[in-house]
Write a protein that binds this ligand. Structure first.
Ligand SMILES: C[S@@+](CC[C@H](N)C(=O)[O-])C[C@H]1O[C@@H](n2cnc3c(N)ncnc32)[C@H](O)[C@@H]1O
Length: 294
């Protein structure tokens, strides 16, 4: 077979896919209305290039609801107070994540922050961390493993991780804490052995010591935040990539205001803090920021 063959085959496949008749017509106007609703609800900026993704994910909803068209679906999401918005957000958010993603953040948390935070906790102080946009839990469980690695008795002190996401489905999965064994291949194996159990072949279940540290909540970062205090550590990684610049700058400022003086923010490798947050956060490591003070 010639070296060109795979490209030729995939080009043909792409043509066949795009030429295939669709089950439901999907006009530009309907796409715009859905994109506008998604932006208004979640701050997510859905470019026109993602039209096939929007089609395939929402066609499933249209089928499940027994509707006939995208026009009917648009009517439904425009009804005041409809609970379809929740399903639309489940369908249209991108939740790719993994354990110990960008491992240098966890190494930094362990070696640079945990010694002082553990000492404070032992003196009966309060330690708070936040995984903002936690998806199905891999990030907050990695944080909890890092905390327990540095402080195995953290559960006996006032150490808590808040894990939030707008997608109710992933928050449910996160709370459940059951993963395919392979998902934890990249995590430190002694910690996996210690803090996960094997309820059935091929499944790893987060244990009570991890779960006790984490509170999982549904939270829209664009809405009001019920949290009263500040956080010593915030992970908000690979979330703002879906927002436009204005929304990013506004969110960074709100997050910066929720970080305690001297506290730390970790962001995704392709993200940058922008706007007024930079008056109170300074770059301090790779995709890591420290809040000015105390
Ligand atoms: C790509 S995942 C990143 C998960 C994890 N932080 C990581 O880096 O692996 C982005 C997450 O942000 C969530 N998200 C998007 N818009 C949001 C919003 N307005 N409020 C809260 N979460 C949001 C999505 O539901 C998704 O689970």
């Amino acid at each position: 077979m010639s070296r060109q063959a795979p490209a030729a085959i995939s080009a043909t496949t792409a043509f066949v896919k795009s030429a295939a008749p669709r089950e439901f017509p999907f006009s530009d106007r309907e796409f715009e209305k859905i994109a506008r609703k998604l932006y208004a609800e979640a701050g997510i900026d859905m470019p026109r290039s993602k039209e096939p993704l929007v089609y395939s994910r929402l066609a499933k909803r249209i089928r499940a609801l027994g509707l006939d068209s995208f026009a009917d679906y648009v009517k439904l999401i425009e009804e005041p107070g409809t609970d379809e918005i929740e399903h639309m957000l489940v369908a249209l958010t991108t939740n790719v994540t993994r354990f110990y993603r960008e491992p240098h953040h966890f190494a930094d948390l362990k070696s640079r922050l945990m010694p002082a935070l553990a000492e404070r906790a032992r003196r009966r102080g309060r330690v708070r961390m936040w995984s903002a946009g936690c998806s199905s839990g891999q990030e907050p469980y990695s944080m909890a493993m890092t905390v327990l690695d540095a402080m195995p008795d953290a559960g006996s002190f006032d150490v808590k991780i808040l894990a939030t996401d707008i997608n109710t489905q992933v928050v449910r999965e996160a709370r459940l804490g059951a993963y395919q064994r392979e998902a934890l291949n990249g995590a430190p194996q002694p910690l996996v052995e210690r803090y996960f159990s094997r309820p059935e072949p091929g499944i790893l279940q987060a244990g009570d010591e991890l779960k006790r540290l984490i509170a999982f909540r549904t939270l829209n970062l664009m809405g009001d935040w019920p949290m009263k205090g500040t956080f010593d550590v915030v992970f908000c990684r690979n979330v703002t990539i879906y927002f436009d610049e204005e929304t990013q700058a506004r969110l960074w400022k709100r997050i910066a205001d929720k970080i305690a003086p001297g506290g730390r923010l970790y962001i995704g490798h392709s993200e940058r803090v922008s706007g007024p947050a930079l008056d109170i956060l300074f770059t301090d490591g790779v995709t890591a920021y420290t809040k000015v003070g105390p």
